[in-house]
Write a protein that binds this ligand. Sequence first.
Ligand code: NAD
Ligand code: LMR
Length: 327
Amino acid sequence: MKSPVRVTITGAAGHIGYALAFRVASGEMFGPDQPVILRLLEIPQALSSLNGVGMELEDCALPLLHDIVLTDDPAIGFREADYAILIGAKPRAKGMERSDLITENAKIFAAQGRAINDHASPDVRVLVVGNPANTNALIAAANAPDLDKRQFTAMTRLDHNRALGQLANKTNRLVADITRMTIWGNHSMTQYPDLGNCLVEGVPALELVTRDWAIDHFIPRIQRRGAEIIEARGLSSAASAADAVVDHVRDWALGTPEGDWVSMSVISDGSYGVAEGIVFSFPVTCAGGEYRIVQGLELDALSHSRLKKSEQELLGERAVVEDLLGR
Ligand code: NAD
Ligand code: LMR
């Protein structure tokens, strides 16, 4: 049997954490032959609720779950973590933008970046979910000077999956028929869901839908979907967010399918003219536990201007948290 993978989940007693922990423990993230150890980190006020999550995990008698650690101490929570999934943070309420959370949430990610640096496995892979996710990932990476910034990512897979769902509905095809969807930019209203390279059963998506639908319906629907869910549920997305976490980490760890790519927010290396050093969503392929930004895609002037808009927003967010970016 393989040796267990250590997975830290922060905010594990919250809505997303509760939907996620059981899926990781049942083998959906790393496969049916990969044991896991869950290290669940919460704040002191949520420890009682976290204990309940631990009891329920025990009661599932999951054969792949080799150990559960419940703690409010980041040094214990991140100890030897192979994967760190940073969910613990405040969610937005109706009428807020995700960036409105920046002052309250940003400091969490500075402290956790330091704890990951000091206690996690040197090969740890980090996914930031707590909003504003891209800038929080930047903060965590900046506070982990011994680690490579490529080890830190933020989640735009939910936006990617939302885009697949909307296009499948519109074209009357299955999600599995769609390849090469791309979300560019920030996990925010400025993100750019791009059908320009997307294929449906091998046919360019833009031959199957009108340009008007793409611009006036598809793009704004994906940009606003988080707010649409909050409006309907009175709470932000949770099960779909947990599902996107499973997809993001699984593909990073086990690889993306041949001929397709996924959207991940990663540290920009200047690809497509995006400012270096911000955490920006790109199309990526993954193999051997590493991601690679897809190169050479054609972008028209409108697409370039949309990428610029998101880049400018992220540069603005970076300026707001400047004092948290050094160790
Ligand atoms: P929630 O309020 O249900 O749960 C958050 C949990 O985090 C709580 O249990 C809280 O006690 C815990 N927490 C807070 N600070 C912590 C810390 N320093 N260490 C450990 N735990 C801590 O919220 P939720 O619905 O699970 O959402 C969590 C975050 O994820 C929010 O910021 C939300 O906006 C974000 N989110 C991001 C995406 C995305 O696609 N990137 C999608 C959905 C939600
Ligand atoms: C989402 O996209 O559902 C999350 O980022 C939650 C939110 O605030 O929209």
